[in-house]
Write a protein that binds this ligand. Structure first.
Ligand SMILES: [Mg+2]
Length: 286
């Protein structure tokens, strides 16, 4: 689809996933900064949409630190921010199995936040949190999962108050992929029988919120991501879906099991391919 590059002017909104597209952890993707700057120069709406459970401020600071790009918090949507908004008017209290940044974001929504430092196996009945949120968590995993499981299993917990920030099976870290939130969801389901509402891609809540906040017209928008969940989101909303190969999921090793929902319109070596035809490695018309 060489026409895409020639007619990039037809698209108004460029919705970019972050990890695997713009940077990998603390390493910038080559050419990402220049590509984004060129889009901005063309007066395109460049937006950042990530499942990562961090605050918008943390993500903004990472963009500045790693890629040397300035962005407004208004142009960033994260699963942490969306999770806090999901519970915003509910009030009450919440047990969070996750990182400090997520807890801070939920606190800002006015909710009392508990973690495994406060709630332990022997005082669960004393606190009785109204909500349980599960997310990426790298410390004291068993203690946190145990408390989450006990709360979920208790008879008076309302299962509609159980949330996961996303549901990917893997968490890409500096030294490889470790078990992700999807594994925690399976672990807790086995124990409590409960399943969460999921906020992040490919579920709709995060994307609905982002599209509404940003006033996106899906037919004029383009979603760039490194994972199948990004492409599923593009297809579901009718946006043009572009997969880049700078993340951890390889297009050609996954192509045999692709259903229509996961089929990208275009695959690029990297985001640079928005302006460089030599970066195209697959297009739906080829
Ligand atoms: Mg990604």
């Amino acid at each position: 689809m060489k026409e895409l590059i020639d007619h990039i002017g037809n698209y108004e909104d460029f919705i970019l996933d972050m990890d695997g597209v713009i940077y990998n952890g603390e390493n910038p993707v080559e050419g990402a900064k220049e590509t984004i700057e060129r889009l901005c120069y063309m007066n395109k709406n460049v937006k950042f949409l990530t499942n990562f459970p961090e605050s918008r401020r943390t993500v903004k600071n990472r963009l500045k630190r790693v890629v040397k790009l300035e962005a407004s918090e208004e142009d960033i949507m994260t699963a942490a921010y969306a999770t806090a908004l999901y519970m915003k008017n509910a009030g009450g209290s919440c047990f969070v199995m996750g990182q400090e940044d997520l807890k801070d974001e939920i606190r800002k929504s006015g909710m009392t936040v508990y973690d495994a430092n406060i709630i332990t196996e022997d005082n669960i009945l004393k606190h009785k949190p109204d909500w349980v949120v599960v997310s990426l968590c790298d410390k004291n995993y068993y203690e946190q999962a145990n408390v989450a499981g006990q709360i979920l299993k208790s008879r008076d917990f309302d299962s509609s108050h159980y949330i996961a920030t996303s549901k990917g099976w893997g968490w890409t870290r500096e030294h490889g992929v470790t078990p992700g939130i999807g594994c925690t969801i399976a672990f807790l389901k086995e124990f409590s029988g409960k399943e969460p509402a999921v906020i992040g891609k490919p579920s709709n809540y995060l994307t609905d919120l982002a599209f509404k906040n940003w006033n996106i017209n899906p037919n004029k928008s383009l979603i760039v991501g490194d994972k199948w969940s990004d492409i599923q989101t593009a297809n579901e909303y009718g946006a043009f879906g572009i997969k880049v190969e700078t993340g951890k999921q390889d297009f050609f090793s996954g192509i045999k099991k692709l259903d229509n929902k996961s089929r990208p319109n275009l695959v690029l070596k990297s985001i640079k391919g928005l302006f460089d035809k030599n970066e195209i490695i697959y297009s739906e018309k080829s």
